[in-house]
Design a protein around this ligand. Structure first.
Ligand SMILES: [Zn+2]
Length: 146
């Protein structure tokens, strides 16, 4: 697995949807980056809806099992934990994002006090359901409230 790393594209290279999945699975030798289960999904570390180009960067993907995928979606596993588990060093963010700030998977800015400043997906049903499951929805602050 590690020996084949040099044959994989760098983290900042944009891929097609199928190629993204293939690269992400190959990098993890087909197993979940968090446990020894077989990987079933190529998780987008930062939500693909936040990228105008689809966000299929090799550095934005991690091979995960179903259970750990859901923990990534609910943000119980942070984007930093996912990158670390997947040995990703290149941080890929959508163009409008500030590399000096911390964001969750859904593009909400993470404040020091644990509150989240809502990003562009503030009304996204999938995001709200995931954050609710992870117990984080109550921390979400709309920009107009600040
Ligand atoms: Zn797993």
């Amino acid at each position: 697995m590690r020996n084949s790393a040099s044959k994989l594209p760098p983290g900042d290279v944009l891929l097609g949807r199928e190629e993204f999945k293939a690269v992400v699975f190959k990098r993890a030798a087909g197993t979940c980056v968090f446990c020894s289960q077989r990987a079933v999904d190529a998780h987008h570390i930062i939500e693909r809806k936040l990228f105008p180009d689809g966000g299929h960067y090799s550095g934005n993907g991690a091979a995960v099992c179903e259970r750990d995928h859901w923990k990534c979606e609910t943000t119980e596993l942070s984007v930093e934990e996912v990158r670390r588990a997947a040995c990703i060093q290149t941080i890929v963010l959508p163009p409008a994002f500030d590399s000096a700030r911390r964001y969750d998977k859904w593009g909400n800015e993470m404040r020091q006090d644990g509150m989240l400043i809502a990003g562009p997906l503030v009304d996204d049903v999938g995001m709200r359901r995931a954050l609710e499951q992870g117990g984080k929805l109550g921390r979400l602050l709309r920009k107009e409230w600040l």
